[in-house]
Structure formats: structure tokens, C-alpha cells
Design a binder for this molecule. Structure first.
Ligand code: 5GP
Length: 190
């Protein structure tokens, strides 16, 4: 019998195209600080966190557990990059809220603000629905690429102009499950 040698499965979490930017520990430390700040600012109130799918799903689940308040959570879907790394400038709601937000204190929870096109549209849309207040929590700010002004009320980290993946952020649906955030070195060669 000829022995069959199969190549070892390469690790997804340490793929050579990934350059670590923030470790899982750094992310959790920053989220604990953001949660404490939000808990202080909203003491006695009942805010509604609105997570933007799919990128913010991991961030919102960690942030809500770091926020010691009576709060609700909902999700919205907004079209963005699709399978490419450049924004089209076109914004579309792919999944709307299931609840009215009139009179509510809204905390939009987003993974990354890049050109600001998506968020400026979403924040204006939510404000037009009669919310009491609408604030933005963003984990990452790619500030150098801003085209529309967006006020980030609670920010995790500023980052350089690079394409990042992990901790919910994808490249063509890949790498969302990385426990840390990394720069994707050659997106065009994936
Ligand atoms: P904006 O409208 O601000 O240009 O883009 C926001 C959306 O683009 C984000 O919610 C995210 O889906 C996507 N995006 C922007 N920059 C990056 C990036 O570096 N990595 C990933 N994975 N998505 C990004």
C-alpha cells in the first residue's frame, strides 16, 4: 500500500496575507471603555442599539455586554461594498427595522466609517423617523478617506487608509471570524 500524505490545512487565522493591527485583547479593552462611557452617558435611560449588518454583528454583541444599562438591540442591513473593496456611492436599505423608533434614544453601532457615505445616509434616515436622539458608535475610523462629514460620538480606533478584515469585517464574506483585526495585504490577489 502506498501511504497517502495530505497537505496540512493552512490556518485561516494566521494566513500570510494578514498583517495584525489590533489584537483580540486590545479590542476587548477598548470596548470595555466604550461600554463604561455609554453606561455613564445614558444612565437612567433605555437606549436602542442598532447594529449594522453584517460587519457590526460581533462588535454589537460585545458592546452590549459591556454596557450596564436597560437597553434594546435591533439590526439593519445596508448595502455597501459587496464583493469588492471600493464603495459604489449608492446606499440601499436591505433589511429595515421591525420596530418604530419615535421618541427613542438610538445608538447606531457600525464596524467602520470609511467615506462616510453609508453612515451619513443612515443617520439622516433614522433622524427623519422621529427618534429622540441618534448617536453613532464606530469601532474603526478610516478618517483619511472621508467624503461626507459624519460625527462619531463613540470611537474605538482611528486607522490608516488600508483594507482591514476580521472581528466581523470581511473580504468577499471571508475573514469575519478572525478574533482580531488585520490589514489585508493584497486584496486584489485573493
Ligand atoms: P463608507 O460608506 O463609509 O465608505 O463605507 C462603510 C462600509 O464600507 C463599512 O460598513 C464596511 O462594510 C465597508 N468598508 C469600508 N472600509 C472597509 C475596510 O477596510 N474593510 C472592510 N472589510 N470593509 C470596509
Amino acid at each position: 500500500m502506498i501511504p497517502v500524505h495530505s497537505a496540512p490545512t493552512p490556518s485561516e487565522f494566521s494566513h500570510p496575507n494578514l498583517e495584525p493591527l489590533f489584537s483580540a485583547e486590545q479590542i476587548q479593552t477598548r470596548i470595555a471603555e466604550l461600554g463604561a462611557e455609554i453606561s455613564r452617558d445614558y444612565a437612567g435611560r433605555n437606549p436602542l442599539m442598532i447594529g449594522v449588518l453584517k460587519g457590526a454583528c460581533i462588535f454589537v454583541s460585545d458592546l452590549m455586554r459591556a454596557t450596564d444599562l436597560r437597553l434594546g438591540v435591533e439590526f439593519m442591513g445596508i448595502s455597501s461594498y459587496g464583493a469588492a473593496t471600493r464603495t459604489s456611492g449608492e446606499v440601499r436599505i436591505t433589511k429595515d427595522l421591525d420596530v418604530p423608533i419615535e421618541g427613542r434614544d438610538i445608538l447606531v453601532v457600525e464596524d467602520i466609517v470609511d467615506t462616510g457615505i453609508t453612515l451619513s445616509y443612515l443617520l439622516a434616515n433614522l433622524r427623519s423617523r422621529g427618534a429622540q436622539s441618534v448617536k453613532l458608535v464606530a469601532l474603526l475610523d478610516k478618517f483619511e478617506r472621508r467624503e461626507r462629514e459624519v460625527e462619531i460620538n463613540y470611537l474605538g480606533f482611528k486607522i490608516p487608509d488600508a483594507f482591514v478584515v476580521g472581528y466581523g469585517l470581511d473580504f468577499a464574506e471571508r475573514y469575519r471570524n478572525l478574533p482580531y483585526i488585520a490589514i489585508l495585504k493584497n486584496p486584489e490577489m485573493q
